[in-house]
Design a binder for this molecule. Structure first.
Ligand code: IMP
Ligand code: MG
Length: 189
């Protein structure tokens, strides 16, 4: 019996974004951020767990001085849709008062996480705050949100790989895949 990961990668048609497409996009986003923050030392905040691969690839491409920090919030559990309720599981360690802050997300779907993070981080009095997201789903927002640096705009489909999970699996894959129905069924048998 092959693993769920093998079942997913065996069919190339499931790939939404290749390694090369992701690399190119990450390099372009890092170049833009390096240009916009020239002369500043921003704090980049990784929103765990989903953005861990995007974050590490992005910061490696930056040419400015920068600091990194990590937060963890939860909202999905094992479901395909946001529960709407967000918990802070790990707070920032670095004082953000007077700092230029960039919050790095993997994907924006309902917009609830970004909306929540913006209000929460604002209370820490940063000098400025911007959001970066590799993926933005189109037509799925249920709240207004702002995201200044956007990678790819994608459809409504549930995606996995490159940090994104379904039931905690597939985060390790270097490509981004659309979750196939058959795999969803197999994992919920
Ligand atoms: P939002 O709060 O609904 O915008 O969702 C944000 C979070 O939900 C993201 O940071 C992801 O962790 C997760 N998420 C949203 N859509 C997907 C998806 O298609 N695949 C995997 N995780 C997702
Ligand atoms: Mg996430």
């Amino acid at each position: 019996m092959s693993s769920f990961t093998e079942q997913l990668v065996s069919e190339h048609k499931n790939v939404l974004l290749t390694r090369e497409q992701i690399n190119q996009k990450v390099r372009a986003m890092a170049a833009q951020i390096s240009q916009d923050y020239k002369g500043e030392v921003p704090v980049l905040i990784c929103v765990l767990n989903g953005s861990f691969l995007f974050f590490t690839d992005l910061v490696r491409e930056l040419t400015i001085d920068c600091e990194v920090d990590f937060v963890k919030i939860s909202s999905y559990g094992d479901a395909l849709k946001s529960s709407g309720k967000i918990d802070v599981l790990k707070n920032v360690d670095c004082p953000l008062e007077g700092r230029h802050v960039l919050i790095v997300e993997d994907i924006i779907d309902t917009g609830l996480s970004v909306h929540f993070l913006r209000r929460w981080i604002k209370k820490l009095n940063p000098a400025s705050m911007r959001f970066v997201s590799l993926l933005v789903k189109e037509g799925t927002a249920i709240v207004d949100y702002e995201c200044e640096y956007r990678g790819f705009t994608i459809g409504k489909e549930f995606v996995i790989g490159y940090g994104l999970d379904y039931k905690q699996l597939f985060r390790n894959l270097p490509e981004i895949y659309i979750m196939p129905e058959a795999l969803l069924d197999a994992m919920n048998k």
